[in-house]
Design a protein around this ligand. Sequence first.
Ligand SMILES: *Cc1c(COP(=O)(O)O)cnc(C)c1O
Length: 411
Amino acid sequence: MALINEHFLKLSDKYLFADIAKKVNAYKVAHPKSQVISLGIGDVTQPLAPAVIEAMHKAVDDMATLDRFHGYGPERGYLWLREAIVKNDFLPRGVHIDTSEIFINDGAKSDTGNIGEMVRWDNSMAVTDPIYPVYVDSNVMNGRAGILGADGKWSNVTYLSCNEENHFTPPLPEHRVDMIYLCYPNNPTGMVITKEELRKWVNYALRNDAIIFYDAAYHAYIRDEHIPHSIYEIKGARKCAIEFHSYSKTAGFTGIRCGYTVIPKELSATTLDGSKRYPLQPFWDRRQCTKFNGASYISQRAAEAIYTPEGKEQVKATIDYYMNNARMIREALTKAGLTVYGGENAPYLWVKTPRGLSSWKFFEELLYGTQVVCTPGVGFGPSGEGFVRLTAFGRREDCEEALSRIRKWMG
Ligand SMILES: *Cc1c(COP(=O)(O)O)cnc(C)c1O
């Protein structure tokens, strides 16, 4: 008799974006002539950079020849890409990462979801709240999260509330935890963390022998030069942090699939009886060799092209386009009397609902009043109640039209 992993039953089959789609569809059926615009999408809309396209065409041609055909690649990823990463993403910030500490993947979602395999299921964990749902749901699947309470919180998860009072800066946990998930710039709040604040986390992890899982998927959107792009800019982080990168938001790779994870050689954890420490980099290497056969040669050539002079310029132009959208949204909504956070170093805006409305109530009022779709903040965690998330990933014309409708509607 095959037995199921019963932890899966604890997961809600209500998926936030499916709920939104259902409500939007119901609206469209009742109002067939309406032009609905989404400012809720978490996917990029602009085409790939020409340098990336050129590299991909070339890689396809390679595959058509006997000499330059590529079958299975190295499990950690091609060395030329790992070298480009070390040279471009870390060295300019004074961070030394060895190519053997970089693992190319098919995007950050898989690795952020799978990384917990390397540590025991009964480690305690903390997440910022609100949060990207992958960190919690992947830990529900392996039993680490415990059971879901009526307050929408999992019993074995410590929630670090990020709210207006603490200016969306997570407080250190009141009791010790083993694993901490941080994401900066943050999805969904669009807020960033300063070096001083991040240093507190690194020191906490070192003091408590904890591991920080640092998601840097949006680092390319940082404008303020004082904001850290990598946790390794903080002294001591090599001993306590794993960092995730993705080309999805950096270069529009959501449909290409490529990213990387950094596991420094100094990062280690202990056996249950505390008698021995083991470095985790060899664990992940072993795990990847067993379960992962690499990102495609074509995707990796595409990623390499981002680091060429033309590639860098083109990718930056697209990020500037999104960040201009962000600025427009921020200014228009603020002028309309709404309180808006984020959007200055991230493509997300975290908007406080007016009149103390719930996230879902404001979602509906906005949809029915302006035919604009947002994402209810409560879908990202209990502390997201009373907020909605807007994204800057839309087309310029759509943003402009949506903002003009909102301005009129807010009077
Ligand atoms: C979009 C996103 C990612 C990237 O996921 P990919 O699998 O690389 O496409 C990672 N983390 C967060 C918080 C994201 O929003």
